[in-house]
Design a protein around this ligand. Structure first.
Ligand code: SF4
Length: 410
C-alpha cells in the first residue's frame, strides 16, 4: 500500500505526514488494519524500541469541579457516582504514589479537579512533591491542575515538577461544543506557560465524543505544532450521569487507527494510551502497544483500570519491556530540544512557540459531517460495529486507592 510505505518512510526519518495522509489513515478499512499497525509499529520501534513507559495517576482532589466539560465525571452537575474528596494530604498522596512506583511506574501524575490552582494550591502540591521525592528521588512528576496563572508554572518547576499536563482534547472549532466555561485558547495558553517555564509539556486528546476525522487530525497537528513531548490519547469513557453517557461510538479497530495516525504525526513523541484503554480496546490492547510507547498503570482518576499485574503481564506477553528509571524516554534529538527550552527559560529568555496541553480528563463531542466518501465509509463501518450497543457495564467507578481506605491498584 503506497500510503503506508510513504508514511513509514517519513516516520523513520522523523518527518510529519500531510494532513491528507493522516486523514487517509483514519479512512482505512478493517481489512487493512494489521498493515496499518505494522507500518506505524516500525515507526514506534525506530524511536522507542520495545520500551513501554508506565505512568501512575494520583487524584489529589476528586469531583466537585465548577467547570462544565461534557466528557468529565467530575464536572459541574455530574450525577456520576464517583469518589468526591478535597485535597489529599502530602503523606496520603505519597503513599499512593509509592504503590505506583513499586508497581513499575516511572512517572507519577498528580491531578486535581478544578478550573485552576490558587497559589495556596501550588503550596500544597509543592509539599506533596517533596513527600514523594523524599521517598523516591528518581521518580518523574507530572502535575495537572488546570489553567495556570502567571508564575505558577515557574513555581512548580522550581519545586521539582518535571512536566505539566493540560490536554487540548479536541479541535479548536469543536471545543465550544464540549465546554463553555473556558476556551481552547485558554488551554493553549496554559500549555505555553508550562513549556515556557521549562516543564516538559504533556498534552493530548480525547476521541469518541462524536468528533469528525478532521477534528481528530486538527487536534493532533495542533499538538505537534505546540511541541508536546507527550501525547496522551484518551478514549471517551461515557460515564452514566454525564452529558456524553450515550456516546458509545468507538470500536477497537477505530481506536487502533487513531493511535496509528497519532504515531505517524508524532513519530518521535511519547504517545500514551490513556483513559478508556480497557473500555474500548478491550482484547485488542496488546496491538496498541505496537503504536504507543506509554500507558497508565492500574486505575484512572475516577474509573478502575485492569489490575496492575495484568498490565505488566500484557506488556511481557506482547514482547515489550517496561522502561526503566534510568532510560531516557524521548529520542536524543527531542530530549535536547526539551533541555534547550528549559535552559532558555532558566536564563530568562522569552518562551518559545512550543508548549503542550494538559488537562484533567477525557471528553465527548458532537457529530460532524465526514470529510470524504472514504472517510464516510470508514465511519459507517465503525458505526455498524457498535450499532446501538451500550456497554456501560464496562465502566467501573474507582472505589479504591487515593481518597479511600483501600489499597491502590498498581
Ligand atoms: S476536565 Fe478538569 S476542568 Fe473539566 S470538568 Fe473535569 S476536572 Fe473540571
Amino acid at each position: 500500500m503506497d500510503l503506508l510505505d510513504t508514511l513509514t518512510a517519513k516516520g523513520l526519518r522523523g518527518e510529519v505526514p500531510t494532513r491528507e495522509e493522516a486523514l487517509a489513515v483514519l479512512a482505512t478499512t478493517d481489512d487493512e488494519l494489521l498493515d496499518v499497525v505494522a507500518a506505524a509499529g516500525k515507526v514506534r520501534r525506530r524511536w522507542f524500541g520495545r520500551r513501554v513507559k508506565l505512568n501512575y495517576l494520583v487524584n489529589l482532589k476528586s469531583g466537585l469541579c465548577p467547570e462544565d466539560c461534557n466528557y468529565c465525571s467530575q464536572r459541574l452537575g455530574s450525577k456520576a457516582e464517583i469518589l468526591k474528596y478535597t485535597w489529599l494530604k502530602p503523606d496520603q498522596a505519597a503513599e499512593a504514589a509509592r504503590a505506583g512506583v513499586a508497581g513499575g511506574a516511572k512517572r507519577v501524575c498528580l491531578v486535581a479537579s478544578g478550573r485552576g490552582p490558587t497559589d495556596r494550591d501550588i503550596d500544597r502540591v509543592t509539599d506533596t512533591m517533596a513527600a514523594i521525592q523524599e521517598a523516591d528521588p528518581e521518580v518523574e512528576i507530572c502535575v495537572c491542575l488546570g489553567l495556570l496563572s502567571d508564575n505558577q508554572a515557574e513555581r512548580l518547576k522550581a519545586a521539582g515538577a518535571d512536566a505539566y499536563n493540560h490536554n487540548l482534547n479536541t479541535s479548536e472549532k469543536t471545543y465550544g461544543d464540549i465546554t463553555t466555561t473556558h476556551t481552547y485558547a485558554d488551554r493553549v495558553d496554559t500549555v505555553k506557560k508550562a513549556h515556557g517555564a521549562g516543564l516538559s509539556a504533556c498534552s493530548g486528546l480525547i476521541a469518541g465524543m462524536g468528533e469528525s476525522d478532521e477534528d481528530l487530525v486538527d487536534v493532533v497537528f495542533a499538538l505537534r505544532e505546540l511541541g508536546s513531548d507527550s501525547v496522551p490519547v484518551n478514549f471517551l469513557i461515557p460515564f452514566e450521569g454525564t452529558p456524553l453517557a450515550k456516546e458509545w461510538n468507538l470500536t477497537p479497530q477505530r481506536c487502533l487507527r487513531i493511535l496509528a495516525m497519532v504515531r505517524f504525526v508524532n513519530p518521535d513523541t511519547e504517545v500514551r494510551i490513556a483513559g478508556g484503554r480497557e473500555v474500548h480496546l478491550r482484547s485488542m490492547q496488546p496491538l496498541g502497544l505496537h503504536l504507543a510507547n506509554s500507558i497508565f498503570l492500574g486505575d484512572y482518576l475516577t474509573s478502575e483500570g485492569q489490575a496492575g499485574q495484568t498490565d505488566l503481564d500484557m506488556i511481557k506477553d506482547a514482547g515489550f519491556e517496561v522502561e526503566g528509571a534510568g532510560e531516557a524516554t524521548l529520542p536524543r534529538h527531542r530530549a535536547d530540544v526539551a533541555a534547550a527550552s528549559s535552559a532558555a527559560s532558566a536564563c530568562g529568555t522569552a518562551a518559545s512557540a512550543c508548549g503542550s496541553g494538559g488537562g484533567c480528563g477525557p471528553c465527548g463531542g458532537h457529530a460532524h459531517a465526514p470529510a470524504s466518501e472514504d472517510t464516510a465509509a470508514s465511519a459507517a463501518e465503525d458505526a455498524d460495529a457498535s450499532d446501538g450497543e451500550l456497554r456501560s457495564d464496562l465502566v467501573k467507578v474507582r472505589l479504591r486507592g487515593a481518597g479511600t481506605e483501600l489499597a491502590p491498584n498498581a
